[in-house]
Design a protein around this ligand. Structure first.
Ligand SMILES: *[C@@H]1O[C@H](CO)[C@@H](O)[C@H](O)[C@H]1NC(C)=O
Ligand SMILES: *[C@@H]1O[C@H](CO)[C@@H](O)[C@H](O)[C@H]1NC(C)=O
Ligand SMILES: *[C@@H]1O[C@H](CO)[C@@H](O)[C@H](O)[C@H]1NC(C)=O
Length: 276
């Protein structure tokens, strides 16, 4: 069964460096979770070459075989100078700091009745490619590491070692650029968990679509074209799409959602403003 609901009427696109990362969680008695640096593949690195990371909170009780994996957003970069600027703007070269697990990541039953006892993972976003990139670029002494696809592969491999392979229920979720990644990887995530009885995906604020805006025309198309070229994204995009269309077009969920076999829920605000 495919669960598919879209609520879209208008997107007011102001620019492309969308960042819908959840606002800092208020300090309460939710747990502060330390980052885990990826070690299974030392080539799975952020744009500036530092190790990728994720945050893991172990499930307990009846939730111990349930998993939620959340892909954070943070826009993208397209072109060498833009990616260099992205590193500074987002601080993706810095060491990851502990974060508070709140809302659907809270471990308190009253606040989070559905997921409080699940295994919960929040993946750091530091590749600026929705986890699709797989190349390297160098100008002068500066190297940019485009390793998003390797990061996704390495982190899921580590999670399988932590017990995700025995998951009964699993949810892949993500927002914005992480919502695009969720759509791109939904079926492959399903494929990692053949013995799970239920696997679903939630793409939140990730249904960027091919349309002109009133100010600057179709920015997304040329932006995704630059992105997929410099970052070597093509091979990570759904093959059902790249067999028919160019890589940049396969960055738009509208061009491949119909091929997704795993139940996926798209959530998009009726009015979505994207900041530069
Ligand atoms: C935890 O939160 C509850 C209610 O939100 C509050 O009553 C309690 O004092 C808090 N405990 C600690 C240790 O902060
Ligand atoms: C680049 O690296 C070389 C050799 O390590 C060094 O001699 C040169 O000064 C560096 N150039 C810049 C612009 O940092
Ligand atoms: C990245 O590309 C290389 C070939 O250049 C390939 O061997 C490798 O499997 C790719 N990695 C991922 C995660 O797609």
């Amino acid at each position: 069964m495919k669960l598919f609901i879209i609520l879209i009427t208008v997107v007011l696109a102001k620019g492309l460096s969308a960042d819908f990362a959840p606002s800092p969680a208020p300090a309460g008695n939710d747990s502060l979770v330390n980052p885990t640096l990826v070690t299974v593949d030392e080539g799975a690195v952020c744009l500036a070459g530092n190790p990728a990371a994720y945050y893991y909170s172990k499930g307990f009780g009846r939730g111990s075989k349930n998993w939620i994996v959340y892909l954070r957003g943070g826009g993208w970069c397209s072109g060498f100078a833009d990616c260099l600027a992205y590193i500074d703007r987002k601080g993706v070269n810095k060491d990851p700091t502990p974060i508070t697990f709140d809302y659907i990541f809270s471990n308190q039953k009253e606040k989070n009745p559905d997921f409080f006892n699940w295994n919960k993972v929040i993946v750091r976003y530091c590749d600026a490619s929705s986890f699709t990139s797989n190349s390297t670029d160098k100008i002068g002494n500066t190297t940019l590491y485009f390793r998003g696809a390797r990061i996704f592969r390495a982190i899921t491999e580590e999670l399988l070692c932590l017990g995700m392979g025995n998951a009964r229920n699993a949810l892949l979720a993500g927002s914005s650029a992480g919502g695009v990644a969720t759509a791109i990887y939904c079926d492959r995530f399903r494929g990692l968990l053949p013995s799970a009885s239920r696997v679903k995906c939630l793409s939140d604020g990730g249904y960027f679509f091919l349309a002109k805006n009133h100010k600057s025309g179709n920015q997304f198309l040329s932006f995704f074209e630059g992105l997929t070229k410099i970052q070597g994204s093509k091979n990570a995009l759904p093959e059902s799409c790249t067999a028919r269309l160019s890589a940049e077009l396969c960055f738009f969920p509208q061009n491949f959602w119909a091929d997704i076999e795993t139940p996926i829920f798209f959530l998009m605000l009726a009015f979505d403003e994207i900041e530069v």
